[in-house]
Design a protein around this ligand. Structure first.
Ligand code: CP
Length: 345
């Protein structure tokens, strides 16, 4: 299988075989982290990270990943250049992408909900870069998807239901019950991580339940893909509107705050209004009482966690919390992504 030159914008656009190749390499890299086998895969090469929004995990893990592959990750923000927007004259994506591609082996882009005028505009921008650049475009979280996070998530779940760190069992995820529940809080987060989690859980054969208050449904296209993925695997997909029932028999619980479908008005994300709306739904918190009704579920979250709102400390720091393992896995899956799409393997 040849993945060299392939963009990674959403996991749904990679075949299951391709995702497994990525995850299998990530597990090998995790088991044998500093092996000479990986040390020169990106030798003399630079990966560019273009951040419209801040990051801790994504920036640090990509920088570490490039270093461990013998290459370099370069950090850039839009303030470093003069880029054309709806409101400002400047360089087009056509020009920027083709010039950047002359310098680097791949381009990672992060652009989240507050930097775009409507839902999907960030993803459109990544696809325009992918159209013009002749190096891979890696989605480092846009307003729709976060595929590197999704890969780290599923690797972590499969490790917890497998033989531990670096020894995941994707077979053991089949038929397990995945709960994605909206979480209380004032962060008004985007849909990228949770939508990717739905796609990945359903791709890997899990039964999927979304629990959310009225008005907090996610992208209908993502629901349709999730339903189709579940049907293809003989699994179930359902949506409930209460904060309790989804926990019954769950094996993986994922809680996170996100915005409503009406978050954009007049070309601007209405963050204060979204926070006000969310305040009406207190008590959507993953807590020990709810976790006790699961089938000894693990707790998962892409971080940063809004402790006390999305989840209690007791659960987030408890013995069934996979959050740090999953954060670590960002490094391993991104090493594998860069090695397969840009490297000399
Ligand atoms: N999960 C995640 O992408 O974290 P950062 O926003 O810190 O990169």
């Amino acid at each position: 299988m040849d993945l060299y030159g392939k963009d990674f914008i959403v996991s749904q656009e990679w075949s299951l075989e391709e995702l497994r190749a990525l995850l299998d390499l990530a597990a090998k890299m995790k088991r044998d982290r500093y092996s000479d086998r990986w040390a020169s895969i990106l030798a003399h090469q630079t990966f560019m990270m273009f951040f419209y929004n801040p990051s801790v995990r994504t920036r640090m893990s990509f920088e570490a990943a490039a270093t461990e592959l013998g290459g370099h990750a370069q950090f850039m923000t839009p303030s470093a250049g003069r880029f054309k927007t709806e409101k400002q004259a400047g360089e087009t994506i056509e020009d920027a992408a083709q010039v950047m591609a002359r310098y680097v082996c791949g381009i990672g882009i992060r652009i989240l909900e507050d930097k775009v005028p409507f839902y999907g505009a960030g993803n459109e921008m990544l696809r325009e870069y992918a159209h013009w650049a002749n190096v891979p475009i890696i989605n480092m979280a846009d307003d729709k998807y976060h595929p590197c996070q999704g890969m780290a998530d599923v690797m972590g779940w499969a490790e917890w239901y497998g033989e531990g760190p670096g020894r995941p069992s994707y077979e053991n995820l089949k038929g397990k019950n995945f709960l994605l529940t909206w979480g209380s809080g004032a962060l008004a987060r985007s849909w990228c991580s949770v939508q990717e989690a739905l796609l990945v859980a359903s791709r890997f054969g899990m039964n999927v339940t979304v629990a959310r208050p009225e008005g907090y449904d996610l992208d209908p296209e993502v629901y349709a893909w999730t339903r189709a993925n579940c049907e293809a695997n003989g699994a179930n997909f359902g949506v409930v509107d209460d904060p309790d029932s989804g926990y019954e028999g769950a094996h993986v619980v994922y809680s996170r705050n996100w915005v409503t479908a009406d978050a954009y008005q007049g070309g601007v994300l209405q963050k204060p209004a979204e926070i006000e709306k969310a305040m009406a739904y207190q008590g959507w918190t993953a807590n020990a009482e709810r976790m006790a009704r699961t089938d000894n579920a693990i707790y998962t979250h892409p971080m940063p966690i809004d402790r006390g709102s999305e989840v209690t400390d007791e659960v987030a720091s408890g013995p069934r919390s996979a959050v740090y393992d999953i954060a670590e896995n960002r490094l391993h899956v991104q090493k594998a992504v860069m090695a397969l799409t840009m490297g000399n393997l």
